[in-house]
Design a protein around this ligand. Structure first.
Ligand code: ADP
Length: 276
């Protein structure tokens, strides 16, 4: 046993007698809630379009007729409510905190629905951030959800680690962009999921190319990606490649993501659905 033993084996790698059987650290869902499938959306770093892909998947699954939810676990950079144009604050009930339901019926919980001002920064330490995400699972009343999409914080730090351990994820999607793939960052995300025994459902390459609206030619602005290579190396499915979509980005900024068509995102969602 280490001299500084905290008796919390989840954060210590020392093999000592006080280490018992591996523990199940999964948190219990609110007693009134029902969530059939939970899918995490991860990225090696911020800005690759993780929140956009999360929102688009929820919109597409909702269009397929499923009751869909988004748990916004990107506590320090919550962007989901803005994409859906949500201004209301979440309220409580005797069954738990009530998510806000969007115009098309998607249930959302995000720290921005609890803050007085959405521009207030969240300046909290790791355990408080992770505790908030856990509470979004244990204290929110998620009513009859078929598919929940969890917008994970970027990277492989403390908060994503806690979420991997405490939410019963059925699988994750890794979002990347062509520039990011040339680095080792995606590989880190893949290895983290493998370490935590979480199935990787596949990779989505966002901002993959730009399709000229006049001639229809695809331009690979960031160069040809090596997505195939990475996918092959780790035996991962490529769920889809989403183009650079200035109109879609504008719709997100205006809170109108539910009106975005995006056929490539629809195909990606259909492929994802076939794996669940
Ligand atoms: P992350 O969650 O990885 O930090 P976001 O989803 O917030 O990234 O996206 C970062 C910015 O890039 C946002 O302004 C978003 O509207 C824009 N964006 C994301 N995907 C696309 C895309 N395919 N085409 C154009 N803009 C995009």
């Amino acid at each position: 046993m280490s001299e500084e033993c905290t008796h919390d084996c989840s954060s210590c790698g020392v093999d000592c007698p006080s280490r018992g059987e591996p523990q199940d650290l999964t948190e219990k869902l609110n007693a009134y809630s029902s969530v059939k499938k939970v899918i995490g959306i991860v990225s090696g770093k911020g800005g690759v379009g993780k929140s956009t892909v999360t929102s688009l998947m929820a919109v597409m699954f909702s269009r397929m007729g499923y009751h869909t939810a988004i748990l916004d676990a990107d506590i320090t950079g919550p962007s989901i409510p803005k994409a859906f144009g949500i201004r209301e604050k979440a309220l409580g009930s005797e069954k738990g905190i009530l998510p806000i339901t969007t115009a098309s019926g998607i249930d959302i919980m995000s720290v921005n629905l609890l803050l007085e001002n959405e521009t207030d920064p969240v300046v909290w330490r790791g355990p408080v951030l992770a505790g908030t995400v856990k509470q979004f699972w244990t204290d929110v009343y998620w009513k009859d959800v078929d598919y929940m999409f969890v917008d994970m914080p970027p990277g492989t730090g403390d908060v994503p680690l806690t979420i991997f351990q405490s939410l019963p994820l059925d699988g994750i999607i890794i979002v990347t962009s062509p520039q990011e793939l040339v680095s080792m960052i995606v590989t880190k995300a893949v290895k983290m999921a493998q370490l935590m025994n979480i199935p990787i459902l596949g990779i989505v390459e966002n901002m993959s190319y730009f399709e000229c609206p006049d001639c229809g030619k695809k331009h690979y602005l960031f160069g040809e990606s090596n997505l195939e290579h990475i996918a092959q190396e780790y035996s991962l499915d490529i769920l889809g490649r989403l183009p650079i979509d200035p109109a879609g980005a504008k719709a997100c900024d205006e809170g109108k993501i539910e009106s975005v068509l995006n056929p490539e995102a629809q195909q990606t969602a259909e492929k994802l659905k076939s794996l669940l």
